[in-house]
Design a protein around this ligand. Structure first.
Ligand SMILES: [Fe+2]
Ligand SMILES: [Fe+2]
Length: 414
């Protein structure tokens, strides 16, 4: 067995985390590892342990207080409980559900992929950051995003111009006037924008994950931990879309746009990833910079009272379940966690774009960087990724060793 630490201080060649992450060096058996900092920094085994230990927490839809809240609400339902946009019954719910599981009654079970959970402090750290393009490919990726952004802004009637302070001080706020002048988006237009944005955003992770999956099969070689991170990103983006779908009534025009955009974008991104995965990840990083900018704008509008229709809108149930939000959360809390997710995609994709796409392993395969880092930095350089991976490897192995020694001690005492 080789040493725990990678041979070189500046290599991401897959000899460390991916090859033996959960194997205790003392007994060569896998252990459940207590992974430390960051609410997203959680191993697959730890995740499944939490879901087994806390089935009620994992299945919010079946909790009595939610049922009670549904009964007490005006129309008898929490927003989103009508199953539109929800994931439907989960096989693990069958142990707890008393209702007919085939009836598709609202129930969202434990999430089988990682679902992000944030603290309020973590959500406050998210910032708009921009990476300056360096190579020709970087410039092409950023340039394409800028062109797409302009077209998208035109289509959705969006203007990034901030509302002057003197206007914000007026009482009442001249909301209708600002909207009629095109200086302010209405809640309908924000939703239209979110749905178009998220329907596109769910594509790259799935395309990247699929292509790397096929490459692994084709070459009979391990992937280095990229596939799951990319699939989790796709799942996360799809949850954004499903969440907004619970409060939107997309018209046939919106649906047609989504269909057309998906058809074009899927194929264009597929070809880009096939020929230059680095450029594809850079493109996603730049796209996510814009997503953080857009959601920040929306949050500021909501905080300034410029979208009064959304002030009292409760968080959809699917969002409460997925992000483990408090039951009394509002729509603004949902948009804040969505923005934090976009900052993560920004960070991860820019970091992945800096790696050797064929040789390096994914430094975030088991442990992500903490939320503050993801919220404030555009990404890691290759050297930073290597250092981060080695640091996490040492932490994991130390925790495993410690747990093993405690187990041995307990056996001796008995
Ligand atoms: Fe998103
Ligand atoms: Fe995103």
């Amino acid at each position: 067995m080789s040493t725990l630490i990678p041979r070189s201080s500046f290599t991401l060649a897959r000899i460390s985390i991916i090859s033996r992450p959960l194997i205790c060096q003392a007994c060569f058996h896998p252990h459940q590892l207590p992974i430390a900092s960051g609410s997203r920094s959680i191993s697959i085994s730890a995740r499944s342990r939490i879901q087994v230990d806390e089935p009620k927490k994992a299945s919010l839809a079946l909790r009595p207080e939610i049922r009670q809240q549904e009964k007490q609400s005006g129309n008898g339902k929490i927003v989103g409980s009508e199953t539109k946009g929800a994931e439907g019954p989960h096989y693990q719910d069958q142990n707890h559900a008393t209702t007919d599981i085939l009836s598709n009654e609202s129930s969202t079970g434990p999430w089988t992929m990682m679902n992000p959970i944030y603290t309020e402090q973590e959500l406050d750290t998210i910032k708009i950051v921009t990476r300056t393009p360096e190579t020709v490919a970087d410039k092409a990726a950023h340039g394409t995003v800028k062109i797409l952004r302009r077209a998208f802004d035109f289509l959705t009637g969006y203007k990034a111009t901030p509302i002057p302070d003197e206007v914000l001080k007026q009482d009442p706020l001249p909301i209708q006037e600002l909207r009629s002048k095109g200086l302010l988006l209405s809640h309908h237009k924000w939703l239209f924008r979110f749905i178009l944005l998220e329907s596109i955003a769910g594509v790259p992770g799935m395309v990247g994950g699929t292509l790397r999956h096929l490459r692994s099969i084709r070459l009979l070689r391990r992937d280095g931990g990229w596939i799951h991170t990319l699939l989790e990103e796709a799942e996360n983006e799809r949850m954004h879309l499903l969440t907004f779908m619970t409060i939107a009534q997309p018209s046939i025009f919106t649906r047609a746009l989504v269909l057309g955009a998906q058809g074009i974008f899927y194929n264009a991104f597929f070809l880009t990833y096939l020929f230059s995965p680095k450029t594809a990840h850079r493109f996603v990083g730049a796209l996510e910079e814009e997503a953080v900018r857009t959601y920040t704008h929306c949050i500021e509008d909501m905080e300034n009272g410029l979208i009064p229709e959304w002030e009292e809108v409760p968080a959809p149930r699917i969002a409460i379940d997925y992000w483990r939000l408090p039951l009394n959360s509002k729509l603004i809390d949902v948009i804040r966690v969505v923005r934090a997710d976009e900052a993560t995609h920004r960070f991860v994709n820019h970091s992945l774009a800096n790696l050797d796409q064929k040789k390096d392993f994914n430094p975030f395969a088991l442990v992500e960087a903490d939320a503050k880092t993801r919220g404030e930095k555009w990404g890691f350089t290759r050297k930073e990724s290597s250092d981060f991976a080695q640091e996490q490897q040492l932490k994991l192995m130390k925790a495993s060793q410690c747990q093993h020694e405690q187990g041995q001690l307990r056996i001796k005492q008995h």
